[in-house]
Design a protein around this ligand. Structure first.
Ligand SMILES: Nc1ncnc2c1ncn2[C@@H]1O[C@H](COP(=O)(O)OP(=O)(O)O)[C@@H](O)[C@H]1O
Ligand SMILES: [Mg+2]
Length: 173
């Protein structure tokens, strides 16, 4: 018997399919959460947003427990992928080193890897954030122009060489 859901697609967790680790890279306001939610609805892959977990736990965005929460979530997604489930990691991953580490673990677990880079011009990011700041959605905090400028300096953009190391690379503009 074929294992398919109502859409005719093999569901996430089908033992015949390798799980996918979907990594989202981009600055605040670039559309990561919007995309992750849509992808979650379409595929049933499990979405990881540290910001939302902090909110769920009643913790402030910048609470000192953030590192503990992050470490626990990292263990959880690794466990899920090990069980054959696909995950969406939407935290932004600005550092090349972080992305290398996630790719290494995913590959070791036999998962496919997908990198999405959200390359949105600064002015457009600021336009979106100004609008979002009026009433930040659950788990989001207001982002000032200074924070955005600082993030831009810290982001290590995936280059061509890095993107070719993933099974799939998608550029969102
Ligand atoms: N492709 C897009 N075009 C225009 N606006 C978008 C797009 N994707 C998201 N937005 C809007 O921009 C804001 C930031 O999106 P969000 O998904 O929260 O970004 P991030 O999670 O990267 O910070 C939201 O208000 C969202 O509705
Ligand atoms: Mg977000």
């Amino acid at each position: 018997m074929d294992i398919v859901d109502g859409t005719g697609r093999a569901p996430v967790g089908d033992p015949r399919e390798r799980p996918i680790v979907i990594l989202l890279c981009g600055l605040p306001g670039s559309g990561k959460t919007t995309f992750a939610r849509q992808r979650e609805r379409e595929t049933g892959a499990i979405r990881f947003s540290t910001d939302e977990w902090m909110a769920d736990l009643g913790l402030d965005f910048f609470d000192a427990l953030r590192d503990n929460v992050q470490a626990r979530l990292d263990r959880l997604w690794v466990q899920l992928v090990g069980r054959g489930l696909s995950v969406i990691l939407e935290d932004g991953t600005w550092q090349r080193e972080e992305r290398d580490e996630i790719r290494r673990i995913a590959t070791q677990l036999g998962a496919r890897t997908e990198l999405h880079y959200f390359d949105v011009p600064f002015n457009e990011l600021w336009r979106r954030l100004e609008a979002r700041n009026v009433r930040p959605p659950y788990g989001a905090v207001p982002i000032t122009r200074e924070i955005l400028e600082d993030s831009r300096l810290r982001l290590q953009r995936p280059d061509r060489a890095e993107s070719s190391l993933f099974d799939r690379f998608v550029l969102h503009r």
